[in-house]
Ligand binder design. Structure first.
Ligand code: NAP
Length: 309
């Protein structure tokens, strides 16, 4: 069986794009497949403040565009499509696309990323795009002058609450516990922002409204009563789940569904690597995803040399 590519990268976030830069620069014939927009979670982030080299911060979109330009300069092929099946056994591997086209490759780098975890309460699914959102950068401007709730207690919930104060009249940060998980400096900014109202020890029971969200019903764990909170929007930031359905049962995953690799980003299948947020032990940081993408690209190159010789 001949092959179309020497390496196929599945997923176009920072890890995938960095792997693409390294592979393409090493003159490996490489295809990157992304089913949505390039950049993954970072493309939805308003301001990336902790990526080295940008002391004033950089928007996630701009950072993604720069990575894309850099990768394409070295000859990376980027395709917008969805990989729906992977055949990874043996030396020749096959990536099947949504339109049933098979792409034959010698190696695969899985940079599948993560998706937002759902609250799974009544009204969440029903009001998506009608007040329920998982992206403040995308939808925040739609809530100019309105009241919104943000659900969660981690870095994302706090950072996105701060971002939403640019548009919203008030931001209610609803957390299921008394103590936030978010980093101290984010909490300091949050507590000194008078537009943000912290509502700890509350669990969302349901989201209600007619055409759009009008209120949420919360269970106050301290008072053991239900409360109604009038809001026009609900932004849900309660963590992430890996996009690893495509490899379930085919590759070693940890108990939470993240791909297990060694320190060289090698999975249990020869010629298949994983990097970035979908990898067990990754940290959800762009700098880490970029570092892992770099290792995966270099290791794919080493693997390809080993099977050629
Ligand atoms: P996270 O750290 O996993 O936090 C998730 C939050 O949602 C927790 O507070 C958790 O509550 C809450 N939660 C989980 N399931 C829930 C449920 N069913 N109902 C209600 N609340 C629920 O997720 P994240 O904030 O998205 O951050 C993910 C990673 O990205 C982290 O490593 C974070 O450091 C990183 N990140 C960094 C930055 C930054 O450095 N500026 C910005 C964004 C994200 P409990 O606390 O009770 O568990």
């Amino acid at each position: 069986m001949s092959h179309d590519y020497e390496c196929v990268i599945v997923g176009g976030g920072p890890a995938g794009l960095t792997a693409g830069i390294y592979c393409a620069r090493a003159k490996i014939k490489t295809l990157l497949i992304e089913k949505e927009n390039l950049g993954g979670q970072i493309a939805l982030t308003d301001l990336v403040e902790n990526y080295p080299g940008f002391p004033e911060g950089i928007s996630g979109k701009e950072l993604t565009l720069r990575m894309k330009r850099q990768a394409e300069k070295f000859g990376l092929n980027i395709m917008r499509n969805e990989a729906i099946n992977l055949y990874m056994e043996g030396e020749k591997k096959i990536v099947t696309l949504k339109d049933k086209v098979d792409i034959k490759t010698l190696s695969i780098i899985l940079t599948l990323g993560v998706k937002h975890r759902k609250l799974n309460v009544p009204g969440e699914k029903e009001f998506i795009n009608r007040g329920v959102s998982y992206c403040a950068t995308c939808d925040g401007p739609l809530f100019e002058g309105m009241d919104v709730a943000v659900i969660g207690g981690g870095d994302s919930a706090v950072q996105e609450s701060l971002f939403l104060t640019k548009f919203c009249r008030r931001v209610f940060l609803v957390h299921r516990r008394g103590k936030l998980r978010a980093k101290e400096y984010l909490q300091e900014r949050m507590f000194s922002n008078e537009k943000i109202v912290f509502l700890p020890n509350r669990v969302v029971k349901r989201i209600e409204g007619k055409d759009f969200v009008e209120r949420i019903i919360l269970f106050n764990k301290e008072k053991e009563t239900d409360e109604e909170l009038k809001v026009n929007g609900v932004f849900i930031f309660i963590g992430m789940e890996p996009n690893t359905d495509i490899v379930k049962g085919k590759i070693n995953l940890d108990e939470r569904g993240y791909i297990i690799t060694d320190e060289k980003m090698r999975t249990n299948i020869k010629g298949v690597f994983a990097a970035g947020d979908c990898r067990s032990g990754s940290t959800g940081q762009v700098a880490v995803a970029v570092g892992e993408g770099c290792i995966a690209g270099m290791e794919a190159e080493a693997y390809l040399s080993s099977i050629k010789s």
